[in-house]
Every structure is written in C-alpha cells, then in structure tokens.
Ligand binder design. Structure first.
Ligand code: NAD
Ligand code: MG
Length: 405
C-alpha cells in the first residue's frame, strides 16, 4: 500500500488559495492523510516547493513548458514525483487509484474536465470549484450517482447547509422536511458603496474582501455578487431544490455561513470564524471531526450579527444568476462563461466594474440557451458565450476610450 494505510489526497489547484489551505489542514494530520498528487496551471516555483515538502507520487501542470521545468528541478533534487502535463495529465492524476479523495480547487470552467474525471473514478470529491457545477450540474450529479462518487461541498455556505441537513441526506436528492435554504452573503467590499463609487471601482478595491482572502476571480465575483448568484445555482444541484426556495440574505460578519429552514419553522445554522480550513477539514474527515487550525469563535467579542436584503439594482449579477438558474439548460453555462470573460477584462483594466453585468447581459441576450444540457451542448454554448462576451467587451472598451459611458 503506497499510502501506508492513510487516505490518499489529490489536490487540483494546489497553488491557489483553497489548495494552500487544504495543504495546511493535511499537514496537521500526517497519520491520517497522504498527499498523493498536486497540480497547478503554471506556477512552477510554488508547486516545486510543495512537492519538496509533501513528496506527492504525482504532480501535473496544465502548461507543458512549466511541467518540463518542474520535472528538471525535481530530478535535480532527487525527488521521484512523476510529472505530467495538459488537461490529460490533470485528469489522469485526478482518477488515479493513489488517491481516495480529490480536492477540486481549480478556478473557473477550466476545472470541469479534471473534476469530471475524479467523479467518474468514484472518488470522494471535495467541491470548491463551483463553476463546473453551475455549467453542467446535471452531468456531474448523474455521473457521481453512476460511479458512487461522494460529493462534499467546500464552498462555506454549501458546507454549512450540508452540516445542517439530516444525516441521511445524499447529494442531489431533495432533503425531506426542508422549506427553504438561506444563503448568507457578506455583501463584498462594495456592500455600502454608492452607484458613483461602483462606477470608479478598481481591481485592487474589488479584490480587497473584508472577511476572506481568496483568488482574484472569486474576489471580483464577491464584489459583483455574481459569486452568490453562482452559489444559488450550485445549491440547486447539490441540494435538489429550485432557485425559488433559496433566499440570499446579506450578513456582513460572515459568521453564520448559511441556514436550513424546516417545514415546522425551525432554522438550523452553522457558525464559525470565516476560515476555509473549517469546511475543508469537515469534508476531509466527514463524518468524523478533526482539527482545522482555525481560531475558535468568540461570541462575546462578536456581540452582534446583522442581516439585510440584497440590492439587485446596484448588483444586477445576482438577478441575472437567479434568472439563468430558473431558465436551466445551458443558460447557466452561458452566464458563467460570459462572467469569466467580463471579470478577466475588468482585472486587465479593459472595462469598468459596472460593465461586468452589462457584458453578461449582452451575451445572455445574444446566445440563446438550450434545454439540452449534455456535456457537448454545455461546452458549445460556453464557447459561443465567450465569443459574444469578448465582442461586448470590445464595444465597452471603445466607449471608455471615447469617454462615453
Ligand atoms: P486561486 O486563483 O487562488 O487558485 C486557482 C488554482 O487553480 C491555482 O492552483 C491555479 O494554478 C489553478 N489553475 C488556474 N487555472 C487553471 C487551469 N486553466 N487549469 C488548471 N489549473 C488551473 O483560486 P481560489 O480562490 O483557490 O478558488 C478556487 C475555486 O474555489 C474557485 O472555483 C472558487 O470559486 C472556489 N472557492 C474559493 C474560495 C476561497 O476562499 N478562495 C471559497 C469558496 C469557493
Ligand atoms: Mg461561498
């Protein structure tokens, strides 16, 4: 047994924010878990350091040149980690029998194929990467059932809901006796910003989240509230409910991570300090409990918890996501792809913050969603949406340069 009785863990996206938090938790439990595989896009230095420290059996990088650099450095250091590259390399390590658990922590649609490989191999899949579920929830849930994969949510809200559901709950099946799900939302860095301030918002301001340190894409999503919109669709697939049964509530302290309301009026909540190591440790050990390294909560110091309704006038992305979720089919994939293009354009300074929702709305109007949502349909409409969104970005950029808004 190559893992010596321990559970093997593969991390897709180990150099990112979730990936590093996962390694932090794993390092606290060397008797329980063995790091079987680490993967990244192109960050050779960080992946090399992780390989030196955790000695995984496999490492994979999307970028072939980066993979060659990594391999050369590992060989020079006498480390036997097997290196592969490309989407095939990522998918192969995700499905390899060296791992029992796969942490899906790539950002965006890029995670779909490797995550699907882990699901088809019947792994325990820890799902941080929400975009694949938004794009093709039907395919992922069906394949998980067929292969006997166990899907456990890492997104703090969904992990909280999972913890508040009856123990008999199985992913994708409507839980008995549940009336509504409350998804809490910090409101992001622009919760109290005026429309004028939003028009001038910079990438640096958008990435300065009040409660969480995260990758840049999800940070911008949190600032537009698209993150919460994607989470509504994510919750529909994981918990087998319609969007109309999911209520978003602004909760600036990020201490209640979400809630489940039952038919009798009882509401169960999960509370914790905002630290992603908590949902990560929960899902790694489920149904056991292990130390996460997070600071214990101090209720007296917190003193109060606030709640408010979200404002979809200043944050239209939340409305667009609810509509896409209700439309179903390939529409959520179109929404997600247009959002990825718009967020990248904003981070590159090509469009202002408030044009993110306009670009998405334009793409949704130009690319008709289809009710067929096979993987091929989803990938085709994802590609169409990216073309439409790029065109809308170019138009918005022209307006900016001409000084018209
Ligand atoms: P990040 O940008 O910090 O890290 C992304 C990781 O994916 C990196 O390891 C990177 O090398 C890899 N990667 C990027 N593009 C890739 C590609 N094309 N192919 C293969 N690998 C690629 O992102 P993050 O903040 O860790 O978020 C990861 C996912 O988890 C996202 O889907 C995000 O929505 C979700 N999530 C994150 C948090 C958080 O606190 N950071 C919370 C909830 C959910
Ligand atoms: Mg979340």
């Amino acid at each position: 047994d190559q893992n010596e009785g321990r559970q093997g863990v593969a991390i897709l996206g180990s150099t990112g924010s979730i990936g590093m938090s996962t390694l932090d938790v794993l390092a606290r439990h060397p008797d329980r878990f063995a790091v079987a595989a680490l993967t990244a896009n192109a960050q050779v230095d960080r992946l090399y350091e992780q390989c030196v420290r955790f000695r995984p059996r496999f490492a994979a990088m999307l970028d072939p040149q980066a993979a060659r650099d990594l391999e050369r450095r590992l060989r020079a250091s006498g480390i036997p980690t097997v290196v592969s590259s490309g989407l095939d390399g990522l998918s192969t390590v995700a499905a390899d029998r060296a791992s029992d658990i796969v942490m899906a922590a790539i950002v965006g649609a890029a995670g779909l194929i490797p995550t699907l490989a882990a699901v088809k191999a019947g792994k325990r899949v820890l799902l941080a990467n929400k975009e694949p579920l938004v794009m093709s929830g039907r395919v992922l849930m069906r394949e998980a059932r067929a292969a006997g994969a166990v899907l456990l949510p890492i997104d703090s809200e969904h992990n909280a809901i999972f913890q508040c559901l009856p123990a008999a709950f199985r992913a994708g099946e409507p839980p008995a006796g549940v009336r509504r799900l409350f998804l809490t939302c910090s409101g992001g860095p622009f919760r109290a910003a005026s429309a004028e301030a939003l028009a001038r918002a910079t990438p640096e301001q958008a990435c300065a989240h009040p409660n969480w340190v995260m990758g840049r894409k999800i940070s911008v999503d949190s600032a537009t509230l698209m993150n919460k919109g994607l989470e509504v669709i994510e919750a529909c697939w994981l918990f087998g409910v319609a969007p109309s049964r999911i209520e978003v509530v602004i909760h600036p302290q990020s201490v209640i991570h979400s809630m489940v309301e039952y038919d009798d009026g009882s509401v169960l909540a999960q509370l914790a300090n905002p630290d992603m190591r908590i949902p990560i440790a929960h899902a790694l050990a489920w149904p056991s409990r292990i130390q996460s390294g997070a600071k214990p909560i101090d209720l007296v110091d917190l003193a109060r918890l606030d709640f408010a309704a979200p404002d979809t006038t200043r944050f239209p992305c939340l409305r667009l996501a609810y509509e896409a979720g209700a439309a179903g089919g390939t529409t959520p994939a179109i929404l997600n792809a247009a959002n990825e293009v718009a967020v990248a354009a904003f981070l590159e300074g090509r469009i202002p913050f408030i044009d993110i929702s306009r670009v998405i709305e334009t793409a949704l109007a130009q690319v008709p969603g289809r009710s067929d949502d096979s993987l091929d349909d989803v990938l085709a409409d994802d590609a169409r949406a990216r073309v439409a969104a790029e065109r809308a970005v170019a138009g918005a950029g022209r307006r900016v340069r001409q000084g018209v808004s």
